[in-house]
Design a protein around this ligand. Sequence first.
Ligand code: TZP
Ligand code: MG
Length: 416
Amino acid sequence: MRRFILSAVTDSSLLPPGIALLERIELLCRTGVRRIVLREKGVSDSDYERIAEDFVTICRKYCVIPVIAHRRELAVRYGTELQLSMDELRDDPDITDEIRYVGVSVHSAEEAKEAESLGASSVTAGHVFATDCKKGVPERGLQFLKDVIDSVSVPVYAIGGIDIDVIDDVYKTGASGACLMSTMMNSPENHVRSLVDKCFDINKPVFTKECLALYAVTDRRWLRPGEPLASAVEKAILGGVTMVQIREKDLDRRSFIREAEQCLRICRSYGIPMVVNDDVSIATEIGADGVHLGQDDISPREASRSFEGIIGVSAHDVKESEKAFEDGADYIGCGAVFSTATKSDTKALGIDGLKVIVNNSKLPAVAIGGIGIDNVSSLSGTGIDGIAVVSAIISADDITNTSKHLYSIVKNVIIK
Ligand code: TZP
Ligand code: MG
């Protein structure tokens, strides 16, 4: 699925008086910009090192993708993406063996092809529109951008004179994102927020039963120490998770909202639906893609009066599943299939119990409870559309690889 990534590019000479670069970077992270390219000119090596370290720390805190421009050694040291000019890549083509993500700035379709053949993982094409940063150089326009996109298979980011008025036009060319410098450096926070919101809308996922294939449900009690929830969610998505539910029974409303908002930004940037457990008002407030309701929560019918989005319901028997359908739910969660330490107040349905509910359900169904790599294949033939997993994913030593492994099995389990 194509996604559209909003990136900021730094240039501290464009900051309003009295604002420090790192302060601005933190504001961009907080507001929901997805990727930031550190590209400072006229800074000494020692200052650059110091800025880079703080820059990466801030980005990681907010789960924002840090990119370092030009300074290969710093990108290696901090494990970030590297952004290069075409000439820098030509001078050092082996760099793509050492650094996994190397983006290259290009000014023509030919350069883009050359960058791709030298191993670039993305290209940034510009400048698309007139900009003060390139005074006197004519804009290359949207057709140029389309030509670049058509000539390579790596993601193409657009740069140059982009602001909220043209974001839709840029998206429609097929670009994978937009990089903004002056707007990101000096416009008011609410303007940056409008850009973030716009990209949120562009990336809003469409729910289908395929989204249920590998459904990760969070529970911070299972997280490895020091692992932020949003980072665990991103690792799971990179491993193939197709939907996410934020289910944090021990968080107060404020903390839940803060965590869920961060996770939503991650999910949106990958086009993955994110639903909130239990609380329709939180789902509404943060603009989540859906809610998951238990039998003790408000009914889907009631929820849909105030909430527009995916509504999932837990169903423990055929009666509850029928009711969920009549009430307008979009899917059911059936469980616990196996007994589980994650939810002790539930009786295991077993595979036969699961089959009865799924076979009688008019809604897509996801199985939950005690499911992991060792038992997922036993669910073949039950008719489920996917599995929902808490501990097996969120507590894994390697969340991405565990998700990949689970996905490779579940994709055969759900073939009907
Ligand atoms: N509903 C039924 S079982 C369960 C929920 C929320 C918890 C599943 O957690 P795990 O760790 O995947 O067994
Ligand atoms: Mg509930």
